[in-house]
Design a protein around this ligand. Structure first.
Ligand SMILES: *Cc1c(COP(=O)(O)O)cnc(C)c1O
Length: 394
């Protein structure tokens, strides 16, 4: 089988919801992947941050193997040890609260939106302020929360109760608050929106505002969570705690798991029967996520993410000095955006042909998010490929 054969099967049998590069991956190890024709690539955007520990991290693979010999699924009307242990681990690593498990980021958004609605229902409040240029997933509530029109076309009527503020503009948020407002929802670093980092002033200002007005501060940490920014969670850069936090992507090290963590100080909102997910936190995915936490801790990967993040940023700044079409380098640790004055789409294609996988968002922002166990040597290799590609930009 060749890539073209797989492409053929897709064109006949898979609904074309994705824009796809002519690449069929069949094997991965750490930051390297191989395609069906056995070509090797350096993966500096592994699964849009899903494979945060690289591909097939041995501890996660072993946890999956071991768990799959015991029991794959336990329904949520019975107790499941692994889910309880993961909830405790998650809370100990983030803030005092309790977790709900689901299978994706969009589902975590749904859970957060439902939590906020029910929290507000006792005081007649339901409106959620989210940010322009945000991204929260593809279900109806999630595309409504997302502050980008392109994801909404053709899907009306969308659920009501969402308004959009300017990211990093506290006055813009303030101006949208009324007696129906119940929550403020944002990513600590907007990924899809072009790698924009929330300022200290904005995040702390939001925390204060939410406290004053009894609003929930909801942070979408689907992309920023699990060490990506050099801390376990993005909010830990700001000396604040959110009321609700959503997670997915690298939480499972490659298997589908999402989570909502709700602060313990909040009233009892999700009572039995109010929300559910059949697969949510089943033994297989929670065993994998427990292994992810274990690896991050035992291998000192938060520190590695900080150090490699600094090295990556310095390397990118060097490229910026060399190429005048690079306007700005943004981001935290291993979540980096390179804003260009030209389109980045052809650059991503050329990089792939040269053996490096990266991403482009908002047409002009190259995105680089290597595994958090990436090494200096791998970063140097990736930068050399990127430099060659940038040198060919007309
Ligand atoms: C990817 C992403 C989501 C959606 O996650 P899915 O698992 O694709 O549903 C939500 N929020 C952010 C910030 C994301 O990056």
């Amino acid at each position: 089988m060749k890539t073209a054969d797989v492409q053929n099967l897709y064109s006949k049998f898979v609904l074309p919801t994705y824009t796809q590069a002519p690449l069929c991956l069949v094997k991965g190890k750490g930051s390297r992947v191989w395609d069906i024709e056995n070509r090797e690539y350096l993966d500096f955007f592994p699964g849009w941050a899903v494979s945060g520990l690289g591909h097939c991290p041995p501890a996660v693979v072993n946890a999956i193997k071991e768990q799959s010999r015991k029991i794959l699924h336990v329904p949520n009307n019975y107790f499941n040890l692994k889910q309880a242990q993961l909830a405790r681990t998650l809370v100990e690593a983030s803030f005092d609260g309790r977790a709900f498990f689901c299978s994706s980021g969009a589902e975590a958004t749904e859970a957060a939106v439902k939590f906020a609605r029910k929290f507000g229902s006792v005081s007649g409040r339901y409106e959620i302020i989210s940010m322009k240029n945000s991204f929260h997933g593809r279900t109806l509530a999630a595309i409504t929360a997302t502050g980008q029109d392109k994801v909404k076309h053709g899907f009306a009527p969308l659920p009501g109760g969402f308004v959009y503020a300017e990211f990093n503009n506290l006055d813009s948020v303030k101006s949208l608050i009324n007696d129906k407002t119940v929550a403020v929802f944002l990513e600590p670093v907007q990924g899809e929106g072009g790698v924009h980092v929330a300022t200290q002033e904005f995040m702390r200002g939001l925390r204060k505002l939410c406290d004053e007005k009894n609003l929930l501060l909801i942070l979408d940490e689907v992309q920023t969570g699990m060490g990506r920014t050099g801390k376990m969670f993005g909010f830990q850069h700001y000396g604040i705690e959110p009321d609700l936090m959503t997670l997915a992507k690298s939480l499972g090290g490659g298997v589908p798991i999402g989570a909502l963590v709700a602060h313990r100080k909040l009233p009892e909102v999700f009572t039995p029967g109010t929300h559910a997910a059949t697969y949510g936190g089943n033994p297989l995915v929670t065993a994998a996520a427990l292994a992810v936490f274990d690896v991050i801790k035992s291998k000192g990967l938060l520190r590695n993410a900080q150090e490699m993040g600094d090295y990556l940023a310095a390397s990118l700044e060097k490229l910026k000095g060399e190429f005048s079409f690079i306007k700005e380098i943004r981001g935290l640790a291993l979540m980096r955006g390179i804003e260009l004055s030209v389109s980045g789409v052809a650059i991503v294609d050329k990089a792939r042909q040269n053996g490096l996988l990266i991403n482009c968002t908002q047409d002009k922002v190259l995105r680089i998010m290597p595994a958090i166990n990436v090494t200096k040597k791998l970063i140097s290799q990736a930068m050399a490929i990127l430099r060659d590609v940038l040198a060919e930009v007309p």
